[in-house]
Design a protein around this ligand. Structure first.
Ligand code: DGJ
Length: 687
């Protein structure tokens, strides 16, 4: 049993390797007691529960709570802010009910004086060492209650001086690892863009002295694709209070009698094996529990995307020539990016008009699709559903369908407006248009882009405090409807690069485009940060043109994820095309390990210009090394995750050798090249 309740006041959640304890104190407050490695006796916490009550009788910030609410002498960031109709602004609750249903726990916190309650919802995934946590506010009072914040999770970690991990960055430089000591005050990562962002992630990790391979690390990931806020606060009473949920910036939800509001879920975990252990645990969870089941065990195709080759200048014959060359190189999926529709000659026109441009495709898109299918490849197309150019038929027909303020000029970003996804008719229109596009054409794959954030936040239903939430829900409704109607089509999420990489998107889409920056060295850093929370399979990476750098170097950096080609094949010589073919073949050989293996980050680019990643499955492993310095190459590198007694055939910069797992993990083997700007692949097969 993964949920146990002792004396109706102590709750213990258990997974394969972790335990989580909370208890109801004498006045009914739910105190957080413990989250960490598995414990032998849950009963021990009963004693702890009695002891801490004597220590902190006055509560307030001193108490490590499972769910804190603003007011009642608290100064810390809390999970709830509300306002009752009589202007009372605090929530004084006692635990009313503890309900266990299988792996689900609901703890009801009921206000002493108002008909308002918060239910804390826990889901235990014992095999995955993951605990889900959400909150649901319910109003049964005659009078309305206004919520101005309701977070999904709160976790007080005992002690001081934690290092807190999140990502920072900007367009073209997403997922830059940011690990900072929080020894006073608070650190806030937030998006107020209406979607997740380039410059922060709805994920976090915390620990002290954590390395890649060792150290206790706590972490969480919000399953949400809208505004979010993650706060790590060093509370002066010796704990780090981590809270996360939908951002409260511009948020308010009025609950009338009988109404409820439920937050997105936050997934929590704990590992004693450092950041590497954390990532592997999350990757496994993401694969088993989040990714759309239909495609999660299918390898992603090697794709060709013509964006960097032709940009908006899409001409059918040229695309056909690219497709011919891509097929010869072994590509399995041919994608036309932006520029195929409406009057889309550049980024100033056409968005919203999702019909095939007749000048660019005089014989229709089907002509090209048939050509691509005839070459044995699947066919993919780019769309940007939530956007409209002022210069478009859609905007001319429905100028009121965008977010706009009545007396202001509407802001444009990349010359486009954001469609008001809180309007049901807008979402319905988009469902109809893209449903038709997918029904009428043999499209196998969609790249779904989004190139500007929300600015004018007006909810058409009049609930402006919910506009960001409703917007995200509108996008989710559209995506789910298209997936449901077209289960044969796979979907990639892109947002000018990585601005919509999050666990909610992962639960709907089959892959991400993490960044528009394809420079190999920059990309290694982006991919490293990305890999902390997201699996390699969801990391689309293309090799693109850059004559300053060797092709193999560029290609192998892209092989760290789901490989694709973005080079202008029409401008390549036969010898260069042969290089493309060889790299595609090499990737296909290691693909099962890269896309389905466990990732070990053996060396980080941040520590001296060498990145070495190892991907391990039972039968096949691969090591990809990237050397970006002119110093001596590294010597033998100790591998990880192999079976000590198994014998492996190793093929790479070390030549071809037959070695035991114990040797490979103890003595190690040469996996790096000997040159500046070299990237090598080592293939390891279990004999
Ligand atoms: C931004 C994307 O990230 C690119 O890959 C490309 O699809 C362009 N948009 C097209 O406009």
């Amino acid at each position: 049993m993964s949920i146990r309740v002792f004396e109706n006041r102590l709750i213990l959640l258990e997974t394969a390797h972790t335990a989580y304890a909370m208890g109801v104190d004498a006045v009914g407050v739910l105190r957080h007691l413990y989250y960490g490695a598995k414990v032998a006796r849950g009963e021990d916490f009963l004693d702890e529960l009695d002891r801490i009550q004597d220590l902190w009788p006055n509560g307030g910030d001193r108490v490590a709570e499972e769910f804190s609410a603003a007011g009642c002498l608290r100064n810390k960031e809390t999970s709830l802010r509300l306002r009752y109709a009589d202007r009372t602004r605090d929530f004084r609750y006692a635990v009313e009910k503890i309900d266990v249903q299988g792996e689900r726990l609901t703890v009801t916190l009921k206000d002493a004086d108002y008909g308002f309650a918060v239910e804390l919802l826990y889901t235990v995934l014992p095999e995955h060492d993951i605990i889900g946590r959400a909150a649901r506010a319910v109003n049964l009072d005659e009078e309305a209650v206004e919520l101005t914040r309701l977070f999904s999770m709160e976790l007080p970690l005992p002690g001081d001086d934690y290092e807190f991990l999140n990502m920072t960055g900007h367009w073209g430089a997403e997922h830059q690892l940011c690990i900072e000591r929080v020894s006073g005050g608070k650190k806030v990562y937030e998006s107020v863009h209406g979607t997740t962002a380039f410059d922060a992630q709805p994920n976090w990790a915390a620990g002290r002295g954590v390395t890649e391979t060792a150290g206790e690390v706590w972490f969480g990931a919000l399953q949400w694709t809208g505004n979010f806020k993650v706060v790590a606060e060093s509370v002066p009473y010796h704990y780090l209070n981590v809270t996360a949920g939908v951002s409260d910036a511009g948020f308010s939800r009025t609950l009338r009698r009988g109404e409820a509001y439920e937050t997105p879920v936050a997934w929590l975990g704990f590992s004693r094996e450092g950041y590497g252990g954390m990532s592997r645990l999350l990757h496994r969870f993401a694969h088993d529990c989040l990714m759309p089941a239909a495609r999660r065990d299918e390898p992603l195709e090697v794709l060709y995307n013509s964006w960097y080759a032709t940009e908006f200048d899409v001409v059918c014959e040229e695309q056909e020539r690219l497709a011919d060359k891509a097929a010869k190189a072994g590509v399995e999926l041919f994608v036309i990016d932006d520029g195929w529709f409406g009057q889309r000659a550049n980024d100033r026109a056409g968005l919203g008009d999702w019909y095939v441009n007749p000048e660019k495709f005089p014989q229709g898109l089907a002509h090209l699709i048939d050509h691509v299918h005839g070459l044995g490849m699947r066919f993919g197309l780019w769309i940007e559903p939530e956007m409209v150019n002022p210069d478009s038929d859609l905007f001319r027909a429905h100028p009121d369908w965008i977010y706009a303020y009545p007396r202001r000029e509407t802001v444009t970003g990349r010359n486009q407006y954001c469609l008001n996804m809180t309007r049901p008719e807008v979402v319905d229109h988009l469902i109809e248009v893209f449903d038709r596009l997918l029904t009428e054409h043999g499209i196998d794959y969609i790249k779904w882009d989004m190139n500007r954030f929300m600015a004018e936040a007006l909810d058409d239903g009049g609930e402006d405090g919910m506009v960001y939430v409703h917007h995200a829900q509108g996008v989710i409704r559209l995506a789910r409807a298209l997936r449901e109607r077209h289960p044969e089509v796979s979907f990639e999420a892109c947002a000018g690069g990585g601005a919509r990489v999050n666990y909610e998107t992962m639960s709907i889409f089959d892959q991400f485009w993490p960044s528009d920056n394809t420079d190999p060295i920059d990309r290694c850093r982006i991919q490293e940060g990305y890999s902390y929370f997201y699996p390699a399979k969801y990391m689309r990476a293309w090799v693109t043109d850059d004559p300053r750098l060797p092709f193999t170097f560029r290609a192998r950096c892209a092989m760290c994820g789901s490989f694709g080609v973005g080079s202008n094949l029409n401008a390549m010589s036969d010898a260069e095309l042969e290089e493309v073919r060889a790299e595609v073949a090499l990737y296909k050989r290691i693909r099962p390990a890269v896309q389905f293996g466990e990732l070990y980050r053996l060396r980080s680019m941040r520590e001296g210009g060498v990145q070495i990643w190892q991907y391990v499955t039972e039968k096949l492993s691969a090591v990809i090394s990237v050397v970006d310095h002119t110093l001596d190459p590294t010597g033998p590198v100790r591998l990880q995750g192999l079976e000590p007694d198994a014998i492996y055939r190793v093929e790479g910069p070390c030549g071809t050798r037959t070695l035991s797992g114990a040797y490979l993990m103890g003595q190690g083997v040469q996996v790096t090249g000997s040159r500046h700007l070299s990237a090598e692949v080592t293939v390891i097969e279990k004999l």
